[in-house]
Design a protein around this ligand. Structure first.
Ligand SMILES: Cc1cc2nc3c(=O)[nH]c(=O)nc-3n(C[C@H](O)[C@H](O)[C@H](O)COP(=O)(O)OP(=O)(O)OC[C@H]3O[C@@H](n4cnc5c(N)ncnc54)[C@H](O)[C@@H]3O)c2cc1C
Length: 512
């Protein structure tokens, strides 16, 4: 295994975080230029896909939570702790996620342009989504691969009038259900390290250093001159021609804040000398909020699924429904809900079974914030998503209507006979007031945080980077990860993160 010894004194480009988008940027820069590329990744690098060193949990494409950073909601909620899973490993969350390879809606990328970010329209991104599919081995399930639970969900959806989507990744098709495209090859989760780093691992200009945590950037005037990294032997400063921050929505803002980049008053209160005023760092945090409608399952369902698993690989997630809630404007294009049935072995306890109809709000209006309580790079940031906090109460209305749709699905054959008892919200939660209370107490997320270093024109309150990912006020620092998305797309964010990495890499290559 590569170790973290002998960090080089200098690299032309230092990439902070070899995660989903970071591996993409590094792979493209290393393959298409001769400049020296150094990846600093906090987690382990297990080498190429066929190294024999990758633990099974990362190769098995079913959702897993290993090598997690351990972030959670801390004191935000008085009576529960919401985990905010993030992978600490080369390939980042693409190495342990659910493999739904989703593009979203044209409306969202065109909206990024409308917000002052030229170059991000759906038409400009489409070739990149296609290339991302190719690199990540995205495939469609055949009819024989659909599990009995997922087939029952498709049939029940049909029974309540949800059409079958011909292609879930048609950016202009709004409502429908289908098995999701998935980045899985022969049961193996195809992460971005396999798709983008493996082809260039032998290039002499690429150096990957794993188990190295980046503390902060060293800034002089309008330039980043280096990066302070903590390896096994202790902290070391590496000089850099330029830096690409790709530490993720929860990881990139802490590095900027520890570097003195953020809201000056709040930095001073933290004991950090402000070097660049960008109050948007850590603001604008949002995710698809979610409610889980859960069921006990019946012996018949377990029997059918067990028989299926004896014959072939059994994923827990397959179908995704794109839907419009009742509050969605009838004359507007788009959709605002996902229902994505999960059924099979519980990822937390492989001996147990899990049956749920998660309902996710794909157009959340609530915004939260990430902040630091200490400059210790080993400490978790304070993460408050502000779920259901939008003053119009739009998010809760969308979700509660989604629960109604999920219940309607569950009431139809053949799903009704297989699902058993509704465990949550449960039959006692019926009235609008009861559903609101239940929603407030149980809202979680779809694992898709974005927005804490948002793209936008200089001077806008949340803008941290410009339309090309360059940090406002710095000449040689860019950010390439989900944190730069100004508004979350109506998509699971793995493929969009890959496309962010590809787009920023295109611009960096054009410059070099
Ligand atoms: C459990 C789970 C399931 C999911 N399922 C799906 C799905 O099925 N489909 C889908 O589309 N999306 C899914 N997602 C979401 C998707 O995977 C993420 O949105 C996306 O991968 C994030 O990419 P990123 O590059 O922004 O960040 P990451 O992939 O998180 O990369 C950040 C990298 O930076 C490293 N890092 C952080 N801080 C430092 C530091 N200080 N120094 C050095 N390195 C650092 C991290 O270790 C990590 O490798 C899921 C996410 C999770 C957690």
């Amino acid at each position: 295994m590569p170790d973290s010894l002998s960090l080089p004194p200098y690299a032309d480009t230092v990439i902070i975080g070899g995660g989903t988008a970071g591996a993409v940027v590094a792979g493209l820069l290393a393959g298409q230029s001769d400049e020296s590329i150094l990846i600093l990744e906090a987690g382990p690098d297990y080498g190429p896909v066929n190294s024999g060193r990758w633990p099974e949990v990362f190769l098995d494409a079913r959702l897993g939570y290993d090598n997690a950073w351990g972030y959670d909601s801390g004191d935000t909620y008085p009576d529960r702790l919401v985990p905010f899973e993030r992978a600490r490993v080369i390939g980042g969350c693409s190495s342990h996620n659910g493999c739904a390879a989703i593009w979203g809606s044209r409306l969202d990328y065109d909206n990024w342009v409308a917000l002052g970010n030229p170059g991000w329209s759906a038409d400009e991104l489409l070739p990149l989504f296609r290339e991302a599919d190719r690199r990540l081995n995205v495939r469609r399930y055949g009819p024989a691969e659909i599990t009995p639970f997922q087939q029952a969900c498709l049939d029940a959806a049909h029974a309540i009038g949800i059409p079958r989507a011909a292609d879930l990744n048609d950016l202009d098709d709004d409502v429908g259900i289908a098995p999701s495209p998935a980045n899985i090859r022969d049961g193996t989760r195809w992460n971005t390290a396999f798709g983008f780093l493996d082809p260039v691992r032998e290039r002499p200009n690429l150096l990957i250093r794993d188990n190295v945590v980046v503390d902060r950037l060293v800034v002089a005037d309008d330039r980043v001159t280096g990066v302070v990294a903590i390896a096994a032997e202790g902290p070391q400063t590496i000089a850099a021609g330029r830096v690409v921050l790709a530490a993720g929505t929860y990881g990139s803002p802490p590095i900027l804040l520890r570097s003195g980049i953020g809201d000056p008053d709040q930095l001073a209160a933290l004991g950090v000398e402000p070097v660049l005023s960008l109050p948007g760092v850590g603001a604008n945090l949002h995710d698809h909020s979610q409610l889980n409608v859960t069921f006990s399952g019946t012996p018949e369902l377990v029997e059918q699924m067990t028989a299926f698993a004896e014959q072939q690989w059994m994923p827990g997630e397959q179908d995704i429904a794109k839907l419009r809630s009742a509050p969605y404007p009838a004359d507007a294009p788009g959709f605002d809900l996902h229902i994505w049935p999960v059924g099979g072995r519980d990822p937390h306890d492989r001996e147990a079974w899990l049956w749920l109809l998660p309902v996710s709000c794909m157009t959340p209006r609530s915004r939260g914030r990430l902040w630091l309580t200490t400059t210790d790079p080993a400490a978790s940031p304070l993460i408050d998503h502000g779920y259901l906090s939008d003053p119009e109460k739009s998010d809760r209305a969308v979700l509660i209507d989604g629960v109604r749709i999920a219940r309607e699905m569950a009431s139809k054959s053949p799903l009704r006979e297989l699902l058993g008892k509704e465990m949550a919200p449960g039959s006692a939660v019926e009235s609008p007031a009861e559903l609101e209370r239940w929603a407030e107490a149980n809202v979680v997320h779809y694992y898709h945080p974005v927005g804490t270093c948002a793209m936008g024109p200089a001077g806008e309150p949340t803008a941290v980077v410009d339309a090309r990912g360059s940090v406002h006020g710095l000449t040689n620092a860019v950010i390439a990860d989900c944190s730069i998305m100004p508004v979350i797309p109506r998509a699971n964010t793995n493929l969009p993160a890959v496309v962010v990495g590809m787009r920023v890499a295109q611009w960096l290559l054009a410059k070099s």
